[in-house]
Design a protein around this ligand. Structure first.
Ligand code: SF4
Length: 375
């Protein structure tokens, strides 16, 4: 099974923390829709297995009309074999959603909405320069839950000036809607963003790591009480609502990334990514070719990626390490894990290496201690 990701690289307003590829210009928006469809036909021989997930991300694909998704889903159907029960997700900004628009989206074939609410506090939304306000966030969830059974809400924790009670308030509101899926990420400061400059100049003060961890711990304990399964570090789903798109990515399934900056993976060793420049992308597609770079992953890179994802999801399977990379990798992993096992940050569940509940927040740091630097 495989997936297709569409990257629509336009937004109405730039969030101050965002380092994705996007433009706020209105130029090229029409051409981009056509070019993304053309890229699909150009690459129709690249995926051999049925498609079980289509994901419209960006940028802000919710700026596009429902008719666009209808046409693209039809094109995917022309080019590839679709699996049964395909998941078709649209990432949406709350201010782009109306009850009528949601009904049109459902008719177009989209069957899952991922709403970028981020916070229910207006001062936090302003600080992030989000385009929507908290009332629009509330309305978006209410309307989406009327039209779609399957939807997800994104919230950001660890925001400047937040504390455990402001975060608890966000979680109270979110859980009162009982969404089937929640994704929650810590605010990160990426280079070349407005936030980076604000922090650098001292205009914004970040929380210390301990305060961020407290918010993560509240997130996991609170959602566990509400019957969510924390199936990946930042992702929580009710039974039957774990994201197919995300799970495929973590399980190393192949996917095709369409649109400027979109990444693709062949399911084995080859990763590729489209050029992150809208005009150059449009020109190359117009000329019937792709402006793309490729890398072939080495053994130790695939191993490191598996360790990182394993610790964030259902554990690192030693049998799989030995079979895929050889027993020297298995022995290396056991040696590197020793101190973390002694400190009970890691534990063996049969032959699967897992992160203990209290060390979950530290998963990525622990994973980097287990990395192999080269094959
Ligand atoms: S809407 Fe999304 S993609 Fe656009 S600037 Fe904000 S975070 Fe980035």
């Amino acid at each position: 099974m495989a997936g297709i990701y569409f990257h629509y690289p336009f937004c109405s307003q730039a969030c101050n923390y965002c380092n994705f590829h996007f433009s706020t210009q209105t130029k090229y928006r029409q051409q981009m829709q056509q070019a993304m469809k053309s890229e699909l036909y150009l690459r129709k021989s690249e995926l051999k297995t049925p498609i079980e997930s289509i994901y419209f991300g960006g940028g802000s694909p919710s700026l596009l009309p429902a008719s666009f998704f209808h046409k693209v889903i039809k094109s995917v159907n022309d080019c590839f074999k679709l699996g049964n029960d395909i998941e078709i997700t649209l990432e949406a900004n709350p201010n782009d959603l109306t009850l009528q628009n949601l009904k049109d989206l459902k008719k177009s074939g989209v069957n899952r909405i991922s709403i970028g609410v981020q916070s229910f506090h207006d001062y936090e939304l302003k600080m992030m320069n989000r385009i929507h306000n908290s009332n629009q966030g509330l309305k978006a969830i209410e309307w989406t839950s009327k039209v779609f059974d399957n939807f997800s809400v994104d919230l950001i924790y660890g925001l400047p000036k937040s504390n455990i009670s402001t975060w608890a308030h966000n979680l109270d509101i979110l859980t009162s809607f009982n969404p089937p899926h929640i994704s929650s990420y810590a605010l990160t400061v990426e280079p070349k963003t407005v936030l980076f400059r604000q922090v650098d100049k001292g205009d914004i003060k970040l929380l210390d790591e301990e305060a961020v961890q407290l918010q993560y711990d509240l997130l996991t304990s609170r959602l566990e009480k509400e019957a969510y399964i924390n199936y990946e570090f930042s992702n929580f789903g009710k039974i039957g609502f774990h994201s197919v798109n995300n799970s495929n990515y973590w399980n190393g399934k192949p996917y095709l990334g369409i649109g400027p900056s979109a990444h693709s993976y062949d399911g084995h060793r080859v990763r590729s990514w489209n050029i992150s420049n809208n005009l150059k992308y449009l020109k190359s597609i117009e000329n019937g070719c792709l402006s793309q770079r490729k890398e072939v992953l080495k053994d130790h890179e695939v191993f490191n990626e598996y360790v990182m994802i394993g610790l964030r999801t259902d554990g690192v399977k030693i049998k799989r390490i030995n079979e895929s990379f050889g027993s020297n990798y298995g022995l290396y992993l056991e040696k590197q894990a020793k101190n973390h096992l002694l400190d009970r940050r890691l534990f063996w569940d049969g032959d699967v290496l897992k992160v203990s509940r209290q060390a979950r927040f530290l998963s990525d740091g622990i994973a980097s201690d287990l990395f192999m630097l080269k094959s």
